[in-house]
Design a binder for this molecule. Structure first.
Ligand code: AMP
Length: 288
C-alpha cells in the first residue's frame, strides 16, 4: 500500500488549470481527468485510483452542474462537502483539483449546448428533460479545458458513458474515454451521492433494485423472454417498496438500441424512486 503525504493543489479557473497541465506536458507527463460533482465516495475514489494506474498525473474536477438539473430536481439539495472531498482526494494522491464556480463555467453570454441526437431522449433522458444536454455541454467543456490524455467515467451512469463516447468521437475530441465498473456496497447497492437521501428503512429496501436487475439479466441469458424478464424486474422493485419505477429496459451495450436477443451484447438499465431519492442502476447480461 502506498502512503501519500498529499500535496493537492486546487485551481478555480481555466487559466490556472491549463498552466499547471501545460507544465506537466512540457515534462512529458501524461494526464488523466476524472470529472465529478463532489460528495465523494468509494466509487469516485476507485476512478481516481484507476486514473493513477493509467497516467502520470491525475486531475479531479468537482462541479455541481446546474445545466444537468431540471428546475424540479435536486440542484439546491445536492450534497456539497468541499472540505471532506479535498481531504479524500489529497489522501489518495490526486495531483490537481479543478473546482470552478458557476460563473467561471458559464460566464454571462454563454449560449452553447452540446446535443446528442437519439441517445439522450431514451431511458433517463425520457424522464429528465435536458439532462444529457447539460452533461454533454459540461463534459465537452471540461475535456477541452483540461485536454487530458484520458478521462474516466463510471459505468454506474451507463447512458452518460455512452453519450460521452458518442460526442467525443463525433467532435474528434482527442481524449480516450475509459469506463470503470460500478462500485457497490456488499448488499449490491451501487454507491451514489444520492444514497445520502435514504432513510435507514429505505436503505434496507434499496438493494432490491440491483437484485432485480441481476435476476433479470441471468434469466435473459438463460433464454427467458426479454420483455417478460424486464417486466418481472419492475414488479419486483415495486414489491420491495420502491414508490415508482421510471423504466427497466434491456438495451444494446454499445448503441443503447432495444435489445433483440440475448446473443447481442446487452445491458439492463433501470431507474426508480425511493423516498426522496431517485436511484439508477444497470448490469451486463452475461454472455455464454
Ligand atoms: P457524480 O459525482 O455522481 O457525477 O459521479 C462522478 C463520476 O463517478 C461519474 O463518472 C460516475 O459514473 C462515477 N461514479 C459514481 N458512482 C459510482 C460508482 N458507484 N461506481 C463507479 N463509478 C461511479
Amino acid at each position: 500500500m502506498s502512503v501519500h503525504t498529499g500535496n493537492l493543489v486546487a485551481a478555480r479557473d481555466v487559466e490556472s488549470l491549463r498552466s499547471r497541465i501545460q507544465a506537466w506536458r512540457r515534462e512529458g507527463l501524461s494526464v488523466a481527468l476524472v470529472p465529478t460533482m463532489g460528495a465523494l465516495h468509494k466509487g469516485h475514489i476507485t476512478l481516481m485510483e484507476r486514473a493513477q494506474n493509467m497516467a502520470d498525473r491525475v486531475v479531479a474536477s468537482i462541479f455541481v452542474n446546474p445545466k444537468q438539473f431540471a428546475p424540479s430536481e435536486d440542484f439546491d439539495a445536492y450534497p456539497r462537502r468541499e472540505t471532506e472531498d479535498y481531504e479524500m482526494l489529497n489522501a489518495v494522491g490526486v495531483h490537481l483539483l479543478f473546482a470552478p464556480d458557476v460563473a467561471a463555467m458559464y460566464p454571462p453570454g454563454f449560449a452553447t449546448s452540446v446535443q446528442v441526437a437519439g441517445l439522450t431522449d431514451i431511458l433517463d433522458g425520457a424522464h429528465r428533460a435536458g439532462h444529457f444536454n447539460g452533461v454533454a455541454t459540461v463534459v465537452s467543456k471540461l475535456l477541452l479545458q483540461a485536454l487530458p490524455d484520458i478521462a474516466l467515467f463510471g459505468e454506474k451512469d451507463y447512458q452518460q458513458l455512452v453519450v460521452i463516447k458518442r460526442f467525443v468521437a463525433d467532435l474528434n475530441i482527442p481524449v480516450d474515454i475509459i469506463g470503470v465498473p460500478t462500485v457497490r456496497d456488499p448488499d449490491g447497492l451501487a454507491l451514489s451521492s444520492r444514497n445520502a437521501y435514504l432513510t435507514p428503512a429505505e436503505r434496507e429496501i434499496a438493494p432490491a433494485l440491483n437484485a432485480a436487475l441481476v435476476k433479470a439479466a441471468k434469466a435473459i441469458a438463460g433464454g427467458a423472454d426479454i420483455a417478460a424478464a424486464t417486466k418481472a424486474a419492475a414488479a419486483a422493485i415495486l414489491k420491495a417498496g420502491f414508490t415508482s419505477v421510471d423504466y427497466v429496459e434491456a438495451r444494446h451495450a454499445d448503441t443503447l438500441a432495444l435489445l433483440k436477443n440475448a446473443q447481442e451484447s446487452g445491458r439492463i438499465l433501470a431507474a426508480g424512486h425511493l423516498g426522496r431519492a431517485r436511484l439508477i442502476d444497470n448490469v451486463p447480461i452475461p454472455q455464454k
